[in-house]
Design a binder for this molecule. Structure first.
Ligand code: SF4
Length: 498
């Protein structure tokens, strides 16, 4: 599909809008010149010198229409033109395809942050909502969802301090690879991965030790610990204890601190490992069914049944964790609206404190990408997400964090729901980028949040690189220390950027 530009270069935004309607298509671009005779999707023309005329012309298989608008020169002229073009293109493609993406032309991944910024800059609740619905064509329902989350997050973030941080520990191993996964995670069955694992854990402990020195030296305040991956419970109980002992020895998390360990897949959970998690002082775990339909679990390469998830959940309940989260995914291959509603109902019946509902994101890295032809039933996925909001509200769960990813089916969102008071603070910190994160392990990304900007320090993605270049990892931690020092010197709470 070709996008043609004349008198402007709004490629990035226009491609994002076009992708809302054609998420899996490849785009090409033509700049300058006149309108080609055929084989294009949209012609986007700006007449800068004569009255600010903007033109968007669509020519798809069975659809051709042109829209004209005018934007006068003045403050923020480029931004105003870009937004007007986005709205024009959106409306024409909406007519062309019959699809109405509910987040309008808002293509950023953090809609809630946008509201927070607007209100912090002095806009009223109504003005911020109108900016979303009228300015960005977001549906009333989604704008309301974002505002509800924004208000809940205000409470969670009320006592944030500039020296706050969370610790993230990465275990990039899984029992097998799910077909929709785009994380760097290694199947533990692979002989090379298995062989590296003991060395990986030894180095991880060294990195935890090294990082704790930064925390003490700079007088930072630890707000939460999150051990994720991958699937941390793919480790043996003894290996898991090696990691949790290191966190305890070097960071000494207090019993009140939010401490989460992802138990992820039911085929990795045992009573012995749950005991290790409990002994570590972790108070939250995640047991992720993704779906309660056995045929769908099989289709996406998860080697456990829905019943196993229920058994694990019941077992975990006997350990008295404060909160258990369950992840579900809307739009999994072979799933149906009926199957998804059954999964949702089953999760609600089990009554975990948190239920997180993701919309399937098909990134190029996932095996699944090559099997898709772009003809998935977006309306069905939309119905799944709508049903989620209805069922969650009825069951007394509140939405408390939200983010979007690129290439998400129907351009829909991922939402964390919680019973009141059981919000997972780490999820808010990481998704809204309001707190520094010190990450250890392969694939970990540390973030230093400071006024007006965020600096990122990356660890190597793969365990073999992480091991062979471990001295670089420690050198990068020194760099991280300097960035943190700089952030503390800048003081005060970070300004937000969308
Ligand atoms: S369990 Fe999660 S991290 Fe592991 S392969 Fe499946 S989706 Fe990826």
């Amino acid at each position: 599909m070709t996008l043609c530009f004349n008198g402007n270069d709004f490629k990035y935004e226009m491609e994002n809008v076009a992708r809302l309607f054609f998420p899996l298509r490849r785009f090409s671009y033509i700049y300058g010149g006149e309108l080609p005779e055929k084989d294009f999707l949209a012609f986007i023309r700006r007449e800068v010198s004569e009255g600010g005329e903007l033109e968007v012309r669509i020519q798809d298989e069975n659809f051709a229409e042109t829209a004209i608008s005018f934007v006068k020169q003045g403050p923020q002229y480029e931004n105003r033109c870009e937004m007007e073009f986005a709205r024009m293109l959106y409306r024409l493609l909406q007519k062309d395809t019959g699809i109405t993406p509910k987040w309008g032309v808002l293509t950023g991944i953090r809609p809630v942050k946008r509201l927070q910024i607007d209100m912090e800059s002095g806009k009223s609740r109504q003005e911020a909502m109108a900016e979303m619905t009228e300015g960005c064509l977001v549906s009333e329902e989604k704008a309301h969802l974002a505002m509800q989350i924004c208000e809940i997050q205000k409470e969670i973030l009320a006592d944030s301090k500039p020296n706050d941080f969370s610790l993230y520990v990465s275990i990039p191993y899984c029992p097998s690879r799910c077909s929709y996964c785009s994380f760097v995670s290694h199947s533990i069955d692979h002989p090379k991965a298995k062989k590296l694992l003991p060395d990986y854990l030894d180095s991880l402990v060294k990195e935890i030790d090294f990082t704790s020195k930064i925390y003490r030296e700079l007088g930072l305040r630890l707000r939460s610990v999150y051990i994720g991956g991958g699937t941390p419970t793919v480790l043996t109980a003894e290996q898991l204890r090696q990691v949790t002992d290191a966190v305890r020895t070097y960071f000494d998390p207090s019993p009140e601190l939010e401490y989460t360990i992802e138990a992820g897949r039911a085929d990795t959970i045992t009573a012995e490992k749950l005991q290790v998690i409990k002994d570590a002082g972790a108070n939250r775990i995640s047991i992720n069914p993704q779906t309660f339909e056995d045929s769908v679990l099989q289709a996406v390469g998860r080697r456990h049944t829905a019943n196993q998830v229920v058994e694990c959940y019941r077992l975990a309940r006997t350990f008295g964790f404060e909160a258990i989260n369950m992840d579900l995914i809307a739009g999994l291959p072979t799933d149906t609206l009926e199957g998804f509603c059954h999964s949702l109902q089953k999760a609600v019946e089990l009554a975990p404190e948190n239920i997180t509902v993701h919309t399937l994101s098909v990134k190029r890295a996932a095996d699944l990408f090559s099997q898709m032809n772009g003809s998935e039933d977006y309306q069905a996925v939309q119905a799944m997400v709508d049903e989620t909001a209805r069922v969650m509200e009825k069951a007394g769960y509140l939405p408390y964090y939200l983010y979007r990813q690129k290439n998400t089916l129907g351009n829909l969102e991922n939402v964390g729901y919680a019973k009141p008071g059981f919000y997972g603070r780490y999820n808010v910190y990481i998704m809204e980028e309001v707190q520094s994160i010190l990450a250890v392990g392969a694939g970990g990304v540390s973030k230093v949040v400071k006024p007006g900007s965020i600096d990122r320090v990356f660890n190597y993605k793969y365990p073999y690189e992480y091991l062979s270049r471990f001295s670089d990892i420690l050198a990068r931690k020194e760099q991280l220390k300097e960035l943190l020092k700089g952030g503390l010197a800048d003081g005060n709470r970070p300004e937000r950027t969308v």
